[in-house]
Ligand binder design. Structure first.
Ligand SMILES: [Fe+2]
Ligand SMILES: [Fe+2]
Length: 283
């Protein structure tokens, strides 16, 4: 990953959740995660826009992993002894499926799953319960693969089409703003002085800093976020969704692979280049 696991880590200073005391709070937190995984399963929808067989194969495997994460979060609800609740509206907004391949790999995978990974790594530290810790650890390890794929695909796309930079950055800035909104909501109703939740504002700042680092390493951001003027920021945030909307209108709904599989790089890799394609067999 462009941002190492060590750089992602947020130091909770030994603060822990307590399963008894925090049952309702944890139910809320894991309800958001469960919803994230339920929508993550639909990464399979991106198969239609996947440019080649290798990336389509990755998405198919990822869909299975997201379903497994869904089941693993249900195991956490079993440990908590509660049922999940519906997600917060901001969570719904953050997990909207992207129709465009470049928006999918950059925003849903590199940025979105990158944010999820920061939260999961923090949660791993916030529990003493070995079962919850192990479940979260296994999920977070697989999320690293999803983030890495999103980053690699974004870098590749930006090399081929550098003009995508501004619209992708605009959408990433909106995700960060939405995350801040969710953070404010959480703060409003968490008990004052809670050992973990009282660190929420610092954690949010950390998540923004890590995302900024990722945006810079992806080449989407050429200077610190703080140096983006209000007007420039607003312009980018307007451009991102507008570009997604208008490009979505003209994007072909037909899957790409049945049209281009004979030129797919996997064919040369498996069969070797230079192998002849014989003509039609005699009638
Ligand atoms: Fe997941
Ligand atoms: Fe994922």
């Amino acid at each position: 990953m462009l941002v190492s696991r060590e750089e992602l880590r947020f130091d909770l200073g030994g603060a822990r959740f307590d399963l008894e005391r925090d049952r309702s709070l944890l139910t809320w937190i894991f309800s958001q995660s469960l919803f994230g995984e339920a929508t993550g399963c639909y990464c399979g929808a991106a198969l239609y826009t996947a440019p080649d067989i290798e990336s389509a194969t990755f998405l198919s495997r990822q869909a299975l992993e997201e379903f497994a994460h869904f089941h693993n979060f249900l195991r956490i609800f079993r440990i908590l002894g509660t049922r999940p609740r519906p997600p917060h509206p901001v969570m719904r907004f953050l997990t909207t499926h992207e129709k465009l391949w470049d928006h999918h790999v950059c925003l849903e995978m590199a940025v979105g799953e990158g944010l999820v990974l920061i939260a999961f790594d923090m949660l791993i530290e916030a529990f003493d319960d070995p079962d919850i810790k192990a479940i979260l650890q296994a999920i977070a390890d697989q999320e690293c693969g999803h983030v890495r794929f999103g980053e690699q695909q974004t870098l590749k796309l930006l090399r081929e089409r550098p003009r995508l930079r501004r619209q992708l950055l605009g959408r990433a800035l909106i995700s960060l703003a939405a995350m801040r909104l969710l953070g404010r909501h959480v703060q409003r109703w968490t008990p004052p002085g809670h050992p973990v939740m009282s660190r929420a504002p610092e954690f949010l700042e950390h998540a923004v800093r890590v995302t900024e680092m990722r945006l810079r390493r992806l080449g989407l951001l050429d200077r610190p976020l703080s140096e983006l003027g209000r007007l420039e920021r607003a312009g980018l945030m307007a451009l991102g969704p507008a570009a997604a909307f208008f490009r979505g209108l003209v994007t072909s709904r037909k899957p790409r692979i049945p049209r281009n599989y004979l030129q797919d790089p996997v064919i040369d890799r498996v069969l070797g280049a230079g192998r002849p394609t014989p003509g039609e067999p005699p009638a």
